[in-house]
Design a protein around this ligand. Structure first.
Ligand code: 5GP
Ligand code: MN
Length: 358
């Protein structure tokens, strides 16, 4: 293996080693509606720590999409929404909690409150801006395109022998690197990324199969929903190079909506020449763990934003929809009717979607 530029400092590596050495029971948490990077980073940590003889479970706030269920041990994830007692028992026994791919307890709802109430050690491994100050140890690198790449760097610093990178760990890491870069089509232009990919393939990753499992796994309903969005629902605001798609729950039901079906729809309008900003909104139910946040509203609108080039959308996400995220991929939520969220978008997008910034 050629050495990579050190990203995580030696002092942090030592601190991680100490936290791991002192722990036997470990719980790994990742964010709501887990994506490939969330699933990949939590499972890679699980496999790595199990290889060191630890007892490890992964707890997620809600269910994960089918196209990620093949990841090794994904089906052993404990889902907080439906298995709260089991999860609480594990959390209460944990010596160490590791939070991957999220920067704030608010991103995991009621699970975050439970986590904060625990006296055990906590560690964060993440790549979102502005990490909240709750863990004993924070490994946060917003410049890193995926948490999975950070996990790769961490594991290979902790255990430099290539033989420590099992095919399971490598598969989980590759999946998150692939999904958080749109199959290496954004945030992906530096040689070390491909050095890492080379090492992962050497460790047993079948990258073509992973691509197929993740990106060619749509249901016919999902494909039709995509067609409906593009044909009937996409509005383009040419003077601001912006596209908007929004869907009510009624529309989602018409296409037998399943968790994960909305994934990627927000990216589609960016394939249009001269569309540089894309906004996707869908109506969702407020789940019981979020009632406190909703101010009595029974509907929640989930907003996804994407952009190309030097056109950040995270400021809009934060200011207009109380969310955040990365410059080119962010999101937020609105508690109230869909029509109000759409109006809020229309009232504000002109101020923010003004073209490339310096
Ligand atoms: P997605 O559109 O895939 O749901 O989210 C894209 C990115 O936006 C996520 O990786 C996350 O960084 C950010 N994001 C999405 N929803 C929220 C939210 O409600 N609050 C915050 N702070 N960030 C969000
Ligand atoms: Mn991520």
């Amino acid at each position: 293996m050629n050495p990579l530029t050190p990203v995580i400092s030696p002092a942090q590596i030592d601190a991680v080693r100490q936290l791991i050495n002192e722990a036997y029971q470990v719980v790994v948490l990742t964010h709501m509606s887990p994506d490939g990077d969330a699933m990949g980073s939590s499972l890679a940590m699980r496999h790595y720590l199990e290889g060191l003889g630890k007892r490890v479970s992964v707890v997620v706030p809600n269910s994960f999409p089918d196209f990620l269920a093949w990841l090794p041990k994904a089906n052993e994830h404990i889902i907080y929404e439906s298995q709260r007692q089991d999860a609480d028992a594990l959390l209460e026994q944990a010596d160490l909690v590791i939070c991957t791919d999220f920067n704030d307890p608010k991103r995991i709802g009621a699970l975050g409150e439970k986590m904060l109430s625990l006296s055990c050690k906590k560690m964060m491994i993440d790549h979102h801006l502005f990490p909240a100050d709750f863990p004993d140890l924070t490994i946060s690198y917003p410049a890193c395109p995926s948490t999975c790449e950070l996990v790769y760097r961490l594991i290979t610093c902790l255990s430099p022998l290539a033989s420590n990178l099992s095919p399971e760990i490598a598969t989980c890491i590759y999946t998150g690197m692939m999904t958080d870069t749109g199959n290496f089509s954004f945030n992906s232009n530096y040689p070390e990324m491909y050095q890492i990919v080379g090492e992962l393939v050497a460790a047993g990753v079948n990258k073509d199969e992973i691509y197929n499992r993740v990106f060619n796994a749509y249901s016919a309903d999902r494909m039709r929903l995509m067609g409906y969005c593009l044909y009937q629902k996409m509005k383009i605001f040419p003077e601001h190079h912006t596209a908007l798609i929004y869907l009510s729950r009624k529309e989602l039901y018409r296409f037998n909506f399943q968790s994960g079906d909305a994934e990627g729809i927000v990216n589609l309008p960016l394939q249009i020449k001269d569309v540089h900003y894309s906004v996707f909104m869908r109506e969702d139910k407020v789940n019981p763990t979020e009632l406190a946040l909703s101010g009595g509203s029974k509907t929640k609108i989930k907003i996804s934003l994407r952009s190309q080039g030097n056109r950040p959308v995270n400021v809009f996400a934060k200011d207009v929809f109380g969310g955040g995220g990365h410059a080119n991929a962010s999101g937020g939520e609105y508690y109230g009717p869909l029509s109000e969220a759409v109006q809020r978008f229309k009232d504000h997008y002109r101020e923010y979607f003004t073209g490339e910034v310096e």
